[in-house]
Design a binder for this molecule. Structure first.
Ligand code: HEM
Length: 387
C-alpha cells in the first residue's frame, strides 16, 4: 500500500451555492488558498474532487482513470448536452461516435465552413448598414445560426431563423441556471430536438436530401458498433451538438470585439492583415476570457496520484478556466498578450479552453478547429469595418 496523503478538504455540508456564486473562480480560489492543485469538497449533495493545472489535465484525460457515463448532472443533460450523446460515452462506443464527428472536420469541410461564414457575415454587414442600432451579440448569434445550419445541411426557413437562433442560444445560456431560466433552456431543447428529429426521419425516408459530408447527412446514415442506425433522438442530439456550439461561438466573437475595443494598439497590428498575428490574437481571446468553467467526470477505478487516493465513482471537476490562467503555465496570466503564443510550445493539456488531450481518443472538443476558423473570419470583419 503506497503512503497516502489526505486531500485538502473544504469543510461544510455542501458548496454548490459557492460554486454558482463564484463561478469561474470557484476552483481557482480554493487551489490558491489550499496551495494545492487538488482539493475535496461537496457539490450537488455528494463528495467531489476538484483538480486543475497541466498535470491534473493529463490524468483527467487518461481513459483508464476517468469515465463520462453518468458524470454530467441531469440539469446539463436537459439543456446543454441532451440524453445519450457523445459526451456520455466511454471506450469503443465513444471512439466510434467521435470518428463520426471528426469525419466532417476535414480540410475541405473547414474550407467550406470558412466560405459559408464569410457569406453570412457579408449579408449581415450589408443589412447592418441600414440599421440605426446593432446589438452585436444578438446579431452574431443569428449569423452563427445561419452558418451552422447551412454548413450542417439543415434547411432553415427564413421566418424561423429568429426562433431557432433563440432556442439554440437558450440551450447553452441556461446550462447553469435554476428555476424559470432552466425551464426556458429545457423547453428550447425539446423544440429543437423535435425539429431535428423530424428532419432525420425525412432524410432516411428520402424526402430531404442534404449534401454528402454535411452533419445532417453523415449522422442520419451513421451506423453504431452493432451496424444499426442511431436512434432518431440520438442522431438529433448529435446534429444539435454541431448546431448549438456553432451558435455559441457568438460568445467568443463578442469577446473578440471587446478585446479589439479594449486594446486599440492590438487593432493596429491586426489591421496589417498578418495572419499569424490574427491566430495568436484568437488564441489569446480563447485563453483569457471565461467560457466553459470546468468539465466533469467520474473516477473509473481506484488510483493514486501524487500520493492522493481517488476512489472509484468520485465526481471530479477539471478546472479549465483556472488552468488557462495558471501562473505555473502562463507568465502574467491576467494580462492580455497575444505575443505569448508566438513561440508557444503546444501542449494538449495546458491550453484547454475547449478541453484537453487527443481529439480522436478523448473528449476534447470536436469543434475546436471549427471555432478557430469561424473566429478568424469574424475577426477580419470586426477589424476591417467601423461599427
Ligand atoms: C464555442 C466555443 C466552444 C467551446 C468553449 C467548447 C468547449 C467544449 C468543451 C469544454 C468540451 C468538453 C471537453 C471534455 O468533455 O473534456 C467540448 C466538447 C465538445 N464540443 Fe465543443 N466547444 C466549442 C465549440 C464547439 C463547436 C463549434 C463544435 C462543433 C462544431 C463543438 C462540438 C463539441 C463536441 C461534439 C464535443 C463532445 C466531444 C466528446 O465528448 O468527445 N464544440 N467543447
Amino acid at each position: 500500500m503506497p503512503n497516502l496523503t489526505k486531500i485538502p478538504q473544504e469543510e461544510g455540508i455542501d458548496h454548490t451555492l459557492s460554486l454558482l456564486r463564484e463561478g469561474y473562480m470557484y476552483i481557482s480560489n480554493r487551489r490558491r488558498s489550499f496551495h494545492s492543485d487538488v482539493f475535496a469538497t461537496r457539490l450537488l449533495g455528494k463528495k467531489a474532487i476538484c483538480i486543475g493545472g497541466k498535470e491534473a489535465a493529463e490524468i483527467f484525460y487518461d481513459n483508464e482513470k476517468f469515465k463520462r457515463k453518468k458524470a454530467a448532472p441531469n440539469r446539463a443533460l436537459e439543456t446543454l448536452f441532451g440524453q445519450n450523446g457523445i459526451q456520455t460515452l466511454d471506450g469503443e462506443a465513444h471512439k466510434h461516435r467521435k470518428d463520426m464527428f471528426m469525419s466532417i472536420m476535414t480540410p475541405e469541410g473547414l474550407k467550406n465552413l470558412t466560405n459559408v461564414t464569410k457569406q453570412q457575415w457579408q449579408t449581415a454587414v450589408d443589412k447592418w448598414e441600414r440599421m440605426d442600432k446593432v446589438v452585436l451579440y444578438d446579431e452574431v448569434q443569428e449569423i452563427m445560426c445561419r452558418t451552422a445550419c447551412q454548413w450542417a445541411g439543415v434547411p432553415l426557413k427564413e421566418d424561423e431563423v429568429k426562433k431557432w437562433t433563440n432556442d439554440l442560444g437558450a440551450m447553452f445560456e441556461t446550462a447553469a441556471s435554476v428555476g424559470p431560466a432552466h425551464w426556458l433552456g429545457r423547453n428550447a431543447r425539446n423544440r429543437v430536438e423535435k425539429w431535428i428529429g423530424d428532419l432525420i426521419v425525412q432524410v432516411r425516408d428520402g424526402k430531404v436530401n442534404p449534401p454528402e459530408n454535411t452533419a445532417l447527412h453523415t449522422f442520419a446514415w451513421h451506423r453504431d458498433l452493432n451496424g444499426k442506425f442511431l436512434d432518431t433522438e440520438i442522431a438529433a442530439v448529435e446534429v444539435i451538438n454541431i448546431l448549438r456550439p456553432i451558435v455559441a461561438i457568438a460568445v467568443f466573437i463578442n469577446f473578440t470585439a471587446l478585446a479589439v475595443y479594449h486594446f486599440p494598439e492590438e487593432r493596429k497590428k491586426l489591421e496589417s492583415g498578418d495572419e499569424k498575428y490574427a491566430l495568436m490574437f484568437i488564441q489569446e481571446v480563447r485563453r483569457f476570457y471565461p467560457f466553459f468553467p470546468f468539465v466533469a467526470a467520474l473516477v473509473k477505478k481506484d488510483f493514486t496520484w501524487k500520493g492522493y487516493q481517488f476512489e472509484e465513482g468520485t465526481f471530479t471537476l477539471l478546472d479549465l478556466y483556472g488552468t488557462n490562467h495558471d501562473p505555473k503555465i502562463w507568465d502574467n496570466p491576467e494580462v492580455f498578450n497575444p505575443k505569448r503564443f508566438a513561440n508557444w510550445a503546444d501542449s494538449p493539456f495546458s491550453f484547454i479552453p475547449q478541453g484537453g488531450g487527443d481529439y480522436f481518443m478523448g473528449h476534447r472538443c470536436a469543434g475546436e478547429w471549427v471555432t478557430i476558423e469561424v473566429m478568424k473570419v469574424s475577426l477580419n470583419y470586426l477589424v476591417s469595418n467601423e461599427f
